[in-house]
Design a protein around this ligand. Structure first.
Ligand code: PGA
Length: 249
């Protein structure tokens, strides 16, 4: 048995409204959820308060982004202090859409990680290669560099970090990585953590997979040694999410 608690994050992205998210929350609240799995739902910032108030306390809630300082003249941004103020304890940082649609750099993501952790938020830190990078054989180099930029900012807060490996070519495309492809990268990431951080961190940090995870694909992925859960986009908006939460059991 893995010492790492299975972790399933839902990433609602910029989807839903009070009506549809309210219905989704009702479905989650009344579902049979295995208590061995930690579940966190990533809500749009405007619905964080709503989601936290409506979701059963056994579910965590995550913001999908935050800025690198507590407050100030940063129009449109939200801070970890605000996230905590509405009772939310997690934030997703470095998601591929933040990197590739909004141009966030490794440096900015690192600064956000440092600030969010200093405010005691849990961080789901995302990394992943693009298709051309995989085809060029540089997957490892890319994900190691991204991990280093995050790791440089974690200090002694590794217990608050979940690392999400999300190959960009698999996100929202319906092309799930095969269990072997995902396991290979997760294993390499764990080795990287062992060499660059510590053996203890490499054994305890959850490394979750994201990219077109579905009901039919989740079980075999979940059975891989180094896959400790999922970050789920599209399927997290459907009742199918419950099947994914319970993939391990
Ligand atoms: P997807 O998204 O499950 O829709 O591929 C995953 C993610 O972006 O976290």
């Amino acid at each position: 048995m893995s010492p790492r608690k299975f972790f399933v994050g839902g990433n609602w992205k910029m989807n839903g409204d009070k009506k549809s998210l309210g219905e989704l929350i009702d479905t989650l609240n009344s579902a049979k959820i295995n208590t061995e799995t930690e579940v966190v739902c990533g809500a749009p910032s405007i619905y964080l308060d709503f989601a936290r108030q409506k979701l059963d306390a056994k579910f965590g809630v995550a913001a999908q982004n935050c800025y690198k300082v507590a407050k100030g003249a940063f129009t449109g941004e939200i801070s970890p202090a605000m996230i905590k103020d509405v009772g939310v304890h997690w934030v997703i940082l470095g998601h591929s859409e933040r990197r590739h649609v909004f141009g966030e750099s490794d440096e900015l993501i690192g600064q956000k990680v440092a600030h969010a952790l200093s405010e005691n938020l849990g961080v789901i830190a995302c990394i992943g290669e693009k298709l051309d990078q995989r085809e060029a054989g540089i997957t490892e180099k890319v994900v190691f560099e991204q991990t280093k930029a995050i790791a440089n900012n974690v200090e002694n807060h590794w217990d608050k970090v979940v690392l999400a490996y999300e190959p960009v070519w698999a996100i929202g495309t319906g092309k799930t990585a095969t269990p072997e492809q995902a396991q290979e990268v997760h294993k390499k990431l764990r080795e990287w953590l062992k060499s660059n951080i510590s053996e203890q961190v490499s054994k305890s940090v959850r490394i979750i997979y994201g990219g077109s995870v579905t009901g039919p694909t989740c079980k075999e992925l979940a059975s891989q040694d180094d896959i400790d859960g999922f970050l789920v986009g599209g399927a997290s908006l459907k009742p199918e999410f419950i099947e994914i939460i319970n993939a391990k059991h």
